[in-house]
Design a protein around this ligand. Structure first.
Ligand SMILES: [Fe+2]
Ligand SMILES: [Fe+2]
Length: 214
């Protein structure tokens, strides 16, 4: 049986290991290839590698959105929240006869939300967990599951259904609440804990993931 001193030493070892691992993960998050490079240099590199016009187009799209938000991951996400809520409002302004417009707007919503969720789920939420913000990260990711459920329902619902706008309204409420929690609680607290370098890495990694969804 281990003595009390041995047990205490083991506990202290494991706590040091946890600390070291969290320090390592916070600093190594993103690895060396994730730095934001100058726009033209990256475009030239893409062309040189023969990746082609499609890659350059995606890169420019993601970069211009990033620049518009001051190259800050949380500002990029905020702008996406705003654009998504505006699409909801267009949808809520339709009537039951505008089935084509509703179908188009549901597709637009699905595309925007899938890209947004991909960025958060593949970069921001994992980074939150590394920073011991697991409860919030899990809660937010759980809500993303319901976002998919709403999208599935709206996609498969007849667009002239009298229940259509009611579901859109519930969906908008969920998104507004979710975005508010991210913007007002979770992201500011997390951002404050990041060094400038970590902050920039998250932006670069998020842009890299966002490009995959364009
Ligand atoms: Fe989210
Ligand atoms: Fe979000």
């Amino acid at each position: 049986m281990a003595s009390r001193t041995e047990t205490r030493d083991r506990k202290s070892d494991s706590s040091n290991r946890r600390k070291a691992s969290s320090e390592r993960s916070a600093f190594s998050f993103g690895g060396s290839g994730a730095q934001t490079g100058p726009l033209l240099g990256a475009l030239a590199a893409g062309a040189a590698l023969g990746i082609g016009a499609n890659w350059a187009r995606k890169f420019l799209m993601q970069q211009s959105a990033s620049i518009a938000a001051g190259n800050e991951w949380d500002e990029i996400l905020k702008l996406e929240h705003k654009a998504t809520l505006a699409t909801f409002d267009l949808l809520l302004a339709t009537d039951d006869s505008e089935t084509g417009k509703r179908a188009t707007l549901v597709k637009k919503l699905a595309y925007a939300l899938e890209k947004h969720a991909h960025q958060e789920e593949n970069v921001v939420y994992p980074a939150l967990r590394q920073a011991n913000e697991t409860v919030d990260a899990d809660h937010l990711e759980h809500e993303h599951g319901y976002v998919k459920t709403f999208l599935y329902e709206l996609d498969n619902m007849p667009k002239d259904s009298p229940a259509f706008l009611g579901r859109v309204r519930e969906f908008r409420d969920l998104i507004a609440e979710h975005a508010k929690m991210e913007e007002e609680q979770v992201f500011p607290r997390f951002k404050e804990s990041l060094s400038e370098e970590q902050d920039q890495k998250i932006t670069a990694l998020m842009n890299k993931e966002g490009m995959k969804m364009l």
